[in-house]
Design a protein around this ligand. Structure first.
Ligand SMILES: [Zn+2]
Ligand SMILES: [Zn+2]
Length: 226
């Protein structure tokens, strides 16, 4: 997982202490709900600034009274997980306090125009963020959309379709070299490239996956791998 800490993206400190949560029922998925540049997938250098802008907008919001960026994490279309409030802190994004205590909130860098379709890298990042909140924050198994239990278009129809499908990790790790692509039929199609056919493996009978390629650069390997 490519975690970008608050210090690394240049977060402002919260206005007051976060509310601690021991655990949640799971995670709710969000989108930005405003225009996102369609060419953002070609410009990871924009992403940290975008997260700073989201935080600044939340801190300046006159009606919500947010003490910080509302999300526990923000995921960009390059698989990076930007730490928001982080694990064990109540989100402010789900609509009201009971909803905020029940689920963490992860926001995808997708909009209601421009970039509206999640790519595999973004979906892999969302899976990483959800697993991080389970591992570090006691998140339960549920993965839902903001619109579940609250009247909103969030997280948009394309991403909500992925949530409704069980939030599957794309079949091939983002950025994997072509030689590591499993042969056709060895695993399901990458989302949203297609639907599992009747000959495909059913959920719960996932075939062995090829090992992930070693990370590039000087990044340390993650402490644990599924
Ligand atoms: Zn939302
Ligand atoms: Zn990015």
């Amino acid at each position: 997982m490519h975690l970008v800490t608050r210090a690394q993206w240049g977060a402002q400190p919260p206005k007051s202490a976060w509310t601690q949560v021991a655990s949640t029922r799971g995670v709710k998925v969000h989108y930005e709900g405003e225009p996102v540049p369609a060419d953002l997938p070609d410009h990871h250098e924009w992403c940290a600034g975008r997260v700073r802008a989201i935080q600044a907008a939340h801190l300046a919001n006159p009606t919500e009274g947010w003490i910080d960026i509302a999300y526990n994490a923000v995921v960009c279309p390059h698989s990076y997980v930007f730490e928001g409030r982080g694990p064990h802190h109540e989100t402010g994004a789900n609509g009201n306090q009971p909803l905020n205590l029940a689920h963490y909130a992860v926001c995808a860098m997708l909009g209601d125009s421009g970039l509206t379709e999640p790519n595999d890298a973004l979906l892999n990042g969302l899976c990483d963020a959800i697993e991080w909140l389970r591992r570090e924050g006691g998140a339960g198994p549920e993965v839902k959309g903001h619109r579940d239990g609250y009247p909103t278009a969030c997280p948009g129809d394309p991403l909500y379709a992925w949530v409704r499908a069980g939030a599957p990790r794309p079949a091939r790790a983002a950025g994997a070299p072509a030689g590591h692509t499993p042969p056709p039929g060895a695993s399901g199609p990458s989302w949203p490239g297609g639907r599992r056919g009747s000959r495909g493996p059913g959920r719960g009978s996932r075939p062995p996956q090829p090992p992930e390629p070693p990370p590039t650069g000087n990044r340390q390997p993650p402490p644990e791998q599924e």
